[in-house]
Design a protein around this ligand. Structure first.
Ligand code: FES
Ligand code: FES
Length: 165
């Protein structure tokens, strides 16, 4: 029997009926049509499905939609504002931090959550902290460079100056 859930997704209130066994990633992709959140495995290993739940990066294939009742979710679609890429997205573009792009939404969502709590990220931090996000294309070098650059651009003073420019 379907269950009604209410939550916030990318700043907008959402109420929907979901089956008790619907995964959060299925809810986002199939019911809300937010297909930027990808499914790259069925073992909770790849990180392609990473979103933010109440500000924390989580793998949305690893929890049920009903468990997100009342939560504040951000998906990759909610990251940019006023037509401007988020600084982490811009860094991925500048540093060529992708090839096919399949892993990229999950990488960016993990990276933004990490940078928000660790503003002085270095390469070793990124490699250690993003081991839950897999890329089958790039060899990771440019991804790591992009995340370090994106984290630097997210620092409050830097972000405010970029906005004012
Ligand atoms: Fe969620 Fe791979 S689809 S970790
Ligand atoms: Fe292809 Fe990462 S860019 S999987």
């Amino acid at each position: 029997m379907a269950i009604s859930i209410s939550l916030t997704v990318n700043g907008a209130p959402v109420t929907a009926n979901v089956e008790p066994n619907t995964l959060l990633v299925q809810f986002l992709r199939d019911q809300l049509r937010l297909t930027g959140t990808h499914i790259g495995c069925d073992t909770a290993q790849c990180g392609a499905c990473t979103i933010h739940l109440n500000g924390r990066a989580i793998k949305s294939c690893n929890i049920l939609a009903v468990q997100a009742e009342g939560a504040d979710l951000t998906t990759i679609e909610g990251l940019s504002h006023d037509g401007q890429l988020h600084p982490m997205q811009a860094a991925f573009r500048e540093c060529h931090g992708l090839q096919c792009g399949f892993c990229t939404p999950g990488m960016v969502m993990s990276a933004t959550a990490l940078a928000a709590t660790h503003p002085d990220l270095n390469e070793a931090d990124v490699r250690a902290q993003l081991d839950g996000n897999l890329c089958r294309c790039t060899g990771y070098h440019n991804i790591v460079t992009a995340i370090v650059q994106g984290a630097a651009a997210m620092k409050p003073g830097v972000a405010a100056a970029a906005k004012a420019a």
